[in-house]
Design a protein around this ligand. Structure first.
Ligand SMILES: Nc1ncnc2c1ncn2[C@@H]1O[C@H](COP(=O)(O)OP(=O)(O)OP(=O)(O)O)[C@@H](O)[C@H]1O
Length: 474
């Protein structure tokens, strides 16, 4: 049986099966009148859609043209010049307001016309997101382009049968196709996706240590910058944070930025910092800042068990009185900072110590949040065998990782497909150290961030200005 499918060129249909009836149907030529009507209809539809999508620009152009035709070019040029002057003055006087109402819209129109619309067909065909079938071409529909200070957001209606995953798998190709730094795909509504493409990389160069704040906000400690230029704030109270990254990924910059942001609360007696430094490298430098410090396996096990005992004593006092903790001098928030936690949970040769440490960490991470005990742990290898309590950390940060599979191990299933390309972060410290992805509780979309770099000189200065009097080894 020979079936004609939409788009098959009828003239070329032929059967090669023996004993099958072959026929060549008559080809009916469409009259030119219908072809012209269809083309005009398509043009009209395009015009109406352009007017609906860009009413302001179209309205102004139409007015300008009408005055030119009816009154003459002099009458059209004068108000046009006045309009341009007004816009220029507005731009200099109130840049934000101008951008919100005019600037980003003009840019979006320009980029829709010059970049996305022009390259849409070739990019869709080369990436395989557009299909050619039976001589016809099926392209996803470019619905809208919006511009902001950093990102272009391109709304697309997918072809029937496509999923957001199909698009996420091509995000790298899309970024190159539209000359963007990267491309994140998110679902807008059924059948529609949004491509979020930054026009420039705000995280491309190191961010110097942030100024020590006047007061610390334990719900939002400023540690760096998000990809859209807004501050990256990390909650430390009422949660536990795991920072995963290969060697040299910049885990230290996250830890030190958190410590820096907490210094005013430390000075006020509202926060205690306990440090576990099995590599005796990273945290030893600012030892004077810590209320408790441990380095060897035994010291670390003792210190963690001491934290568990203090936590349980506090829980016993709070029982029946309050269900949440507010930091105070009597009951400060205790942040236990663990550098390279795998040294304690996996590479520790003493099995008894390893068990004590794992048990204490599991107890702290399951019971500590409500009574003011938090854990901030850094880790190179996120596999479960290395850190079996990984899932007890509600907040996770993925800095540069070695393998794509590790991204989902840290940030949860599907994070890499949603654009958390932590395995693609540059190995060059100038461009990649401290860069990572976080998932905030309110959104499944990973956010690209960069931690501020706290240099040795900054740590020395912090240790001199904020040394705690009770600092002693465990
Ligand atoms: N946020 C940052 N911005 C710019 N450069 C950074 C940043 N963080 C770290 N670096 C650079 O990268 C180098 C490695 O950083 P760091 O020691 O913090 O990495 P790490 O992840 O702790 O590595 P390891 O696990 O081997 O200790 C630093 O010496 C510094 O030069």
């Amino acid at each position: 049986m020979l079936r004609k499918l939409p788009g098959d060129v009828t003239r070329e249909l032929a059967s090669t099966t023996p004993n099958q009836l072959m026929f060549r149907p008559t080809v009916v030529q469409t009259p030119a009148f219908f072809v012209i009507c269809a083309t005009l209809g398509r043009l009209l539809r395009g015009l109406v859609l352009t007017v609906v999508r860009h009413p302001l620009i179209c309205g102004l152009l139409a007015l300008f043209a009408a005055v030119w035709v009816r009154v003459g070019w002099q009458a059209a040029v004068l108000p046009a010049s006045l309009l341009v002057c007004t816009l220029v003055v507005w731009m200099f006087a109130d840049r934000d307001g101008f951008n919100r109402w005019v600037g980003w819209r003009l840019l979006a129109f320009g980029r829709w016309f010059w970049l996305y619309r022009r390259h849409w067909q070739p990019v869709m065909i080369v990436t395989g997101l557009g299909k050619q079938y039976g001589g016809r071409e099926f392209l996803p529909r470019l619905v809208r382009v919006r511009c902001g200070p950093v990102f272009d957001t391109v709304t697309v209606t997918m072809l029937h049968g496509q999923s957001a995953q199909d698009w996420a798998a091509k995000s790298d190709h899309l970024a190159h196709g539209f000359t963007a730094v990267s491309c994140r795909v998110r679902t807008a509504k059924p059948g529609r996706v949004e491509l979020v493409m930054p026009r420039r990389d705000l995280l491309g160069s190191p961010i110097p240590a942030l100024p020590i704040p006047e007061t610390s906000d334990l719900q939002a400690v400023e540690v760096g910058v998000c990809e859209d230029g807004t501050p990256w704030r990390l909650r430390v109270h009422g949660t536990h944070v795991l920072v995963a990254g290969a060697t040299g990924a910049g885990k230290g910059s996250v830890q030190w930025s958190v410590i820096r942001g907490l210094l005013p609360a430390v000075r006020a007696g509202l926060v205690e910092l306990w440090a576990l430094d099995p590599k005796v490298m990273e945290l030893a430098y600012g030892r004077a800042l810590f209320h408790r410090y441990a380095a060897t396996g035994k010291e670390c096990a003792d210190l963690l068990e001491e934290a568990v005992a203090a936590m349980q004593a506090r829980a016993a006092k709070f029982a029946g009185v309050t269900r949440s903790h507010t930091p105070s001098k009597a009951y400060p928030f205790t942040l236990i900072i663990v550098d390279e936690v795998a040294f304690l949970t996996a590479y520790q040769s003493d099995r008894d110590l390893k068990k004590r440490i794992n048990d204490a960490l599991a107890t702290l991470t399951t019971q500590g949040r409500a009574v003011g005990f938090g854990v901030l742990a850094a880790l190179q290898d996120p596999r479960k065998e290395v850190m079996n309590v990984r899932n007890l950390f509600p907040d996770k940060i993925a800095l540069r990782l070695d393998e794509p599979e590790q991204v989902d191990m840290v940030l949860g299933e599907g994070a890499r497909d949603r654009g958390a390309l932590a395995d693609c972060i540059s190995h060059n410290p100038a461009t990649g150290a401290g860069v990572g992805y976080v998932r905030v509780e309110t959104s499944p979309e990973p956010v690209r961030v960069r931690a501020a770099y706290v240099s040795d000189a900054d740590i020395r200065e912090m240790a001199e200005g904020y040394a705690v009097r009770t600092g002693r080894a465990a």
